[in-house]
Design a protein around this ligand. Sequence first.
Ligand code: NAD
Ligand code: ZN
Length: 250
Amino acid sequence: MDQTLRRAIETLADRRSILVFTGAGISTESGIPDFRGPDGVWTRVDPAEFTIERYLANPETRKRSWEMRAGSGSLKAKPNAAHKAVAALWKTGRMVGCVTQNIDGLHQKAGLPAEAVVELHGNAHETTCMSCGDRMPTTEVITRLDHGENDPHCLLCSGILKTTVVMFGEALPPVATDRAFWMATEADAVLAVGSTLSVFPAASIPLEVVRAGHPLVIVNQGATEFDDLAALRIDGAAGSILPKLAKALR
Ligand code: NAD
Ligand code: ZN
């Protein structure tokens, strides 16, 4: 076994409340591109287009957003070995929970119970009305697009529909944020997977655990903002490393 992996296992072996913090990199092996990796979404589209102001003001932006959502295939993605390993680690009773920046719902699809997951940036599978708060599966909106609507509105109140995915300029969901900070307070180690740890306030969650004096283990391809703070850094694919880690910690 690789030396760094062995040390990561040693670091986490006596921990009882590991916080797993995940980013887009844990889902690339499920076919969903990340944002800032070499093939990331931001190499193709302009983030400035995805502000909440533009979305609310501009039907064209909404049309494009729904088209991208429908065309990306990410709603149909399946969990990979890394998501399954996180669910396996949860079953050992060594985890306080999983805080994710991802919007793909793959942790839950891999078997992690809903109460163990905090989705800081929302979920692409859920759509809400910006006026009356009605909720519906995003697939219902996609079906309306398939039937020729460009910018479907709420069937109850005609309000603007939007997935619960947090856009630029929008606040994080308060309940999720509170739960994430609670988990950070309870944690005695943090395992960060597939994230550049550069998006705030999300990245303040692992930082909180480090500030309390607990170790940070990073599994990521490429550099992160917190490399200097990490007890250990494993540079490699989450789908091959996490199963080994979870197996050793059984
Ligand atoms: P990021 O794009 O900033 O960073 C992802 C990191 O993961 C990169 O360093 C990349 O090199 C690494 N990586 C890629 N594939 C990997 C693999 N197989 N194993 C290990 N590492 C791998 O992602 P972020 O830090 O999550 O921040 C991006 C923002 O984008 C988040 O706010 C998130 O909400 C959103 N996002 C979510 C999804 C999703 O839900 N799957 C996808 C794209 C973006
Ligand atoms: Zn409504």
